[in-house]
Design a protein around this ligand. Structure first.
Ligand SMILES: C[S@@+](CC[C@H](N)C(=O)[O-])C[C@H]1O[C@@H](n2cnc3c(N)ncnc32)[C@H](O)[C@@H]1O
Length: 203
């Protein structure tokens, strides 16, 4: 039975004792609120994060996190809303190093490549890089040509080959997301930073 992306991320946070998170493309906050439910609301004692950076330029008002949701985070963790593009975030916070980055912003290949590269720099050693909207090579990627990632209407499959080469297929973990797009399963991927490369497991 597929899990929600926030359930997959929550487990990775707990298993790897993650303290700092950057969430690129926070949008309406579906992922972060799912993580909060898991790590705070339904966990006795709660799991304390030290910082959670939500990054999004909010190009469309509908895809914007509610202020009430932001206020609610104050009961749990130091949440920092960065209302900027990921490029501007990485420039402004160039010395910041975090334990986990979730990439789900602009899905156009040129920008996605920049997010991958900047995230690699911004991750601590052993940190986790996670992304949404991946199609594993074992599936027919071209069959996803008409299935759009819900930002910029970019077809899902276009970033997948680049993720394979950037991370190295042998270093990639992936799992099916509960969400289905146009009847087709979509996947979340993750890997661990190891020096200037990646590893499937945390070493
Ligand atoms: C697919 S939605 C994200 C969904 C969200 N991560 C979730 O799990 O529910 C994509 C978001 O990326 C944002 N976005 C677009 N361009 C961006 C950029 N250059 N940097 C950061 N976020 C961007 C959009 O405003 C939109 O809210």
């Amino acid at each position: 039975m597929p899990r929600n992306r926030w359930d997959i991320i929550s487990k990775l946070i707990i298993d790897n004792k993650i303290r700092t998170v950057a969430d690129i493309g926070i949008s309406k906050g579906q992922t972060v609120s799912g993580i909060k439910r898991n790590l705070h609301d339904s966990m006795p004692g709660g799991y304390q994060l030290e910082a959670y950076y939500g990054i999004d330029p909010f190009l469309e008002p509908y895809f914007k996190i509610e202020q009430s949701m932001l206020n609610d985070f104050n009961n749990w963790l130091p949440f920092k809303m960065v209302e900027k593009t990921s490029n501007d975030f990485f420039t402004e916070y160039k010395d910041l190093r975090v334990d986990l980055i979730f990439i789900d912003g602009d899905h156009r290949p040129e920008q996605y490549k920049k997010d991958l590269s900047n995230s690699k720099t911004a991750l601590k050693e052993g940190g986790i890089l996670i992304g949404h909207d991946y199609i594993p090579a074992l599936l027919d990627r071209k069959a996803y040509a008409t299935v759009n990632a819900d930002w910029t209407n970019e077809p899902y499959y276009r970033i997948s080959e680049y993720i394979d080469s950037f991370v190295g297929e042998e270093n990639l973990n992936f799992e099916q997301d509960k969400r289905v797009e146009s009847g087709k399963p979509v996947f979340i991927w993750w890997t661990f930073k190891k020096g200037d490369k990646f590893s499937k497991v945390r070493e």
